[in-house]
Design a protein around this ligand. Structure first.
Ligand SMILES: [Zn+2]
Length: 239
């Protein structure tokens, strides 16, 4: 089965359970991924890419929402194996490229599953050279880059103005990771975030600036189409 069409050039690769990989297919010479999934789902990622009908070598690049292993975990592999350029915000690029040490997740909530998963992230090294370091205000692949630090220092929101879509990584979620059994819009879990309050402040600033969108394509969970911005505003107001 081909990737699930979402809106405009945006598709969602099928079969991935842990986290989402989005394909922006603008045709030959304009094909991009947003995120790469967790290494344990590498074979599923490859199967999903095979079903696109073009070679991964044709990808113009991979845009990373943030450095965590379930999003950037296959970036180094795709670069090595297929020569795909990697793009990430400068702050997370420094960690991915090994120039900076990452902040350790503290996981103080008492949630035992969250604690375990935070330790796994702490112990996992996710590394890749980064070919282009992004900053807020950049536009790549039809996506505006909005720096939204907090979940990680280099977390970004990518806004696709052409389809009024927001690709939010883990800064705004459409399901509770990692099992995504609970679908629905939610804020990042404090145990998985460097600074959840900073992430919330970044979300508030993004929305206060009036950036329009209708669709939320998060790092986890199904697309939320149509009224995503209104729902996000209500969520943020109640936080
Ligand atoms: Zn994350």
């Amino acid at each position: 089965m081909r990737p699930l069409h979402v809106t405009g050039p945006i598709h969602r690769l099928r079969g991935l359970v842990v986290s989402n990989v989005w394909l922006l297919d603008g045709g030959r010479g304009d094909r991009w991924l947003v995120d790469t999934g967790h290494p344990i789902e590498r074979l599923t990622l490859l199967a999903g890419l095979r079903r696109t009908g073009f070679s991964p070598r044709e990808l113009s690049g991979v845009l990373i929402t943030h450095r965590h292993c379930d999003h950037a975990g296959n970036a180094g592999f795709l670069r090595r194996e297929f020569g795909v350029p990697i793009l990430a915000h400068v702050s997370d690029a420094a960690v991915l490229a090994g120039r900076a040490t990452k902040a350790r997740l503290q996981a103080r909530s008492g949630d035992r599953l969250a604690f375990l998963l935070a330790q796994i992230e702490n112990l996992t090294t996710t590394s890749t050279p980064v070919d282009r370091e992004l900053e807020g205000g950049d536009v790549v692949a039809g996506l505006e880059v909005h720096h939204a630090p907090g979940h990680t220092a280099g977390s970004v929101l990518y806004r696709h103005a052409g389809t009024a879509s927001l690709l939010s990584g883990d800064t705004l979620l459409a399901a509770v990771p990692p099992l995504t059994l609970t679908q629905g819009m939610c804020l990042p879990h404090p145990d998985y975030s460097d600074d959840r309050d900073a992430a919330l402040a970044a979300l508030r600033a993004f929305h206060a600036a009036g950036h329009a969108y209708r669709n939320l394509l998060s790092g986890h969970g199904r697309p939320i189409l149509g009224d995503a911005r209104e729902r996000a505003l209500a969520l943020i107001a109640g936080a």
